[in-house]
Write a protein that binds this ligand. Sequence first.
Ligand SMILES: *[C@@H]1O[C@H](CO)[C@@H](O)[C@H](O)[C@H]1NC(C)=O
Ligand SMILES: *[C@@H]1O[C@H](CO)[C@@H](O)[C@H](O)[C@H]1NC(C)=O
Ligand SMILES: *[C@@H]1O[C@H](CO)[C@@H](O)[C@H](O)[C@H]1NC(C)=O
Length: 978
Amino acid sequence: MFYVRYFSTLLLILLWSANDAHNFSLFDIRIDHWKINTRRDLVINTPKPRFSWKIHALDDILHRNIQQIAYQIQIYSVKLTQQDELYQWDSERIISSQSIHVAYTGHHDLLHSTFYRFRLRVWINNSVVACKWIEWIQFRTAIFNLHEYIINNTDLLWIGSTEINMNELRKEFNVSNASPVKSAIVYLSGLGYYEFYLNGNNVDPSRKLDPGWTTYEKRTLLVSFDLTANISVGMNAIGVKLGNGWYSQEQHGKETYSPPRLIFTLSILFENGDQMQVLSDQTWLGREGSIKHDSVYNGEIYDRRSDRLNWTRPAFNDSRSAWITPESLKSPINDTSVGLLVLQDMPPIRAGSDALHTEVMIDSLEYGYLNHKDLGNIKGASFADGGIIKPVDMWISDSGVQTFDLGQNIVGWCRLKFQGPSGFGTYIRHAEILVQPVVSTNHATHNLNTENLRNATASDMYILRGDRLGEVYEPSFTIHGFRYLSVFGAPNYLTTDNVECLVVHSETTLKGHFTTSNPIINQIQHNIQWGQLSNLMSVPTDCPQRDERRGWLGDAALSVDEALYNFDLIKFYLNFLNLIVDMQLPNGAIPDIVPGGGGIYPADPNWGAALPKITWQLYRHYGDRQILEDYYDHVRAYIENVRSGYNDTGLKNLFWRYGDWLPPSPFPRTNEHLTSSFAFLHNVYILLNMSQILEKKHDTDIYSLFYQQLAEEFHHVFFNTTSNYYADGMQAAQVLALALPGVVPPTIRNVVLNYLVNNINLNGNHATTGIVSMAQLYPVLSDNGYHDLALEMISLTTYPSYGYMFTNPYENATTLWELLNAPFLGPMSSRNHIMYGSIGAWFYAHLAGIDLSSEFITIRPRMASEIKKHLMTKLDCQLSTLYGLVRIAYTRDERDTLPNSILLRITIPPNTRARIIFEPLFVGGQCEKLIESDTVIWALDNTTIINHQKIEIEKNVATNLMNAYIESGQYEFQALWI
Ligand SMILES: *[C@@H]1O[C@H](CO)[C@@H](O)[C@H](O)[C@H]1NC(C)=O
Ligand SMILES: *[C@@H]1O[C@H](CO)[C@@H](O)[C@H](O)[C@H]1NC(C)=O
Ligand SMILES: *[C@@H]1O[C@H](CO)[C@@H](O)[C@H](O)[C@H]1NC(C)=O
């Protein structure tokens, strides 16, 4: 059956096989980590970019073992003016299997502000001819030293107003050169937020809440646009709207922040070599536009009557509003020796379908063994809806308020269509929850509960202009985290057709898809993915709705592994690492919140862990050693800072601030010194690994010794020899000790494990852990022989558990709660926190069992034992890697004539190899037979071993694990256990 679907492809292949160069091609090309097929204007901010590509084999079954043996890259500069010299570089055929992070090695560095084109092709094994060249790809380089460029240009001003709410600025300019425009490049920044218009059009309409949030006095981001195709001969007009964003004093409490300000430079180059510039200066004009007030937390007040049509077009004439000359304001970088103006080198925040790309097949069940019935009825929206959500329910309460339920907790806003008289004011409120439990059918009193938003009003006010055909409002400079919205005093009854909501987050690509036969796990996965997207707002945030939404490092550290399995976020996190490093003190200390000045120094060690952990996880997920090199010194300095505190206190009294934050009531928090010690050891261990990879032998020696010393001290200080458990006997303390390599001596490992498991059993299999130990609990159980228990725990729906979030009488959570007992508490109870999302990494790393961090892709799906197999009989997981899609699908006992068997379908992308590890399906089980595509490839009785398709089998006699080493391609294994 498996082959039937491929029959047509198969025929094609046979017809084409005469020329095997056609059987593979290249796709998903990346330069400097930018995924080129998602960029309209590819701006490279380095003179030495690196390239990655993926090889596509037309048919994976016939074409196993596709390995690259050589590649060739060509680059040439695009000659814009007659004076330009043509630069050409050809790598020629380089014998190498490397297809990711391939360095540009031209005879000189790429020049700044230059257009280039490149193309590449590869050769694979078993083929004498290369694949076809990819089409030429154009990119341009940035002004590499943007900071100096701006400082140099003394005519370039930050403009705005301290007198009026100047949030619309405009400038007309004449392009009169006889020679054609060859390039027109803009660099701009508008703090807190901006929208950029040229000649009547928003230059990039789905780009929102730009530029990214930073500690502005340390680093302010500028964005570059290529307007070459948009500039007209004759008069042109620029319009920029400004919002307060995080530069607002109201929100940030910083006196030096606010009011909004703009810096803008446009450089036009003509074919004859002439140049012209348009700069932000006092020849611009500004006024207060239609936005009367805007705040990230408190929403927007918008008066449509103040719109001036055509204000961003040339020859605009406005007799009704006061356009005045802007002031020259201070640069946000008030001290140029500590602050930098730099290019925003990560994808922007976007709204709707432009925000999320995908490299996985969201609805495809064909490959796996799952069907829709297995998946369960997942509550909430689907990524297939393209980031646009329509209400699933609407009602009118007694007080006449119209309320909409989106069926999904989202972050963004809604487009609402109103129709009514001019001057009519409408108030729009947002909330995550209702005052009445959702199960109540009495809609009359079904109003929003905004208690948990604390001081964020999360409300927009819209004043109509009175258009006869109706008018559509959507906010520009605020963002809400909500599932429900209520509209007060609308002039018209809104149908659900008048409401359309946009999902807003940093632009990213969905790269993981994980489904199983366990509906509880599927719903948790749904809630993790939506929760994670909700907290990607140019920085990783803790929550998106209340008066907080900060870059808490603890939350970032806990979620990064999960986030990198689910989404492509390399540039996002590299930017964040820079923001962390911006705040690092000379003594190595970092604060617990980044960006902004609100963080406290030094961070609790589990919060500070974000710096080593993000660095390390980026390396593991992307295999990019450069990242370790770039941040090594910062990681080391940070760890040395914790060490200096440790030198005074020892582990016994190691500094802490939050400990194992928020264990479920009524369980107490475990020993906080132990929790901090866990982070310290964990971070030293990461540093040790980093030093090994970077071959810093001196550091490896020092930190190996130090780690051993700490491991012994940890045990010595926290192990209670009378009761045979760690610290206070909480689950958390045992989990954290067991999670650290070499801490629990082998002789008592089982004692500690048994104690932990007993404690879990005594609590009805519930975890009593806080956020730090929760991230370790499931991996510890799965790695130490208690995978069945871990599966039982994750399948629970009673309090406290993940499943309780969507199986309780009060609400069906579609994202993750901050508190496991959320419904009972008021103001401190976000419904969209990402910290518990850490478990998502266990889904990929243990349930599907994918590990990308070694020379092979390792795939070791952990198996429930035969008696607990109902908890997970089927799984289907896709993970898009830099080589292509890894896919794993299994089912237990699919072919019932063969009990105790597993069917495992695997796809391994070209240019990689994998090690598949088969686990016994019951304690003491021995593999009887391994079958691949209906051929026996290994048998216990040794009779029928066939060296089939170069699959190498190795049995681990001690563990009974079966290892299969395979080349790229598609496989269908069957393992039978006796
Ligand atoms: C800034 O000015 C200095 C001195 O004139 C010059 O050497 C340097 O190249 C300029 N930098 C940039 C980025 O334009
Ligand atoms: C706005 O510009 C468009 C296109 O140039 C023109 O047709 C229209 O009349 C203008 N409207 C106003 C109110 O100026
Ligand atoms: C720059 O701004 C920061 C943050 O607002 C402030 O702490 C610092 O004193 C300022 N520095 C100068 C040189 O004005």
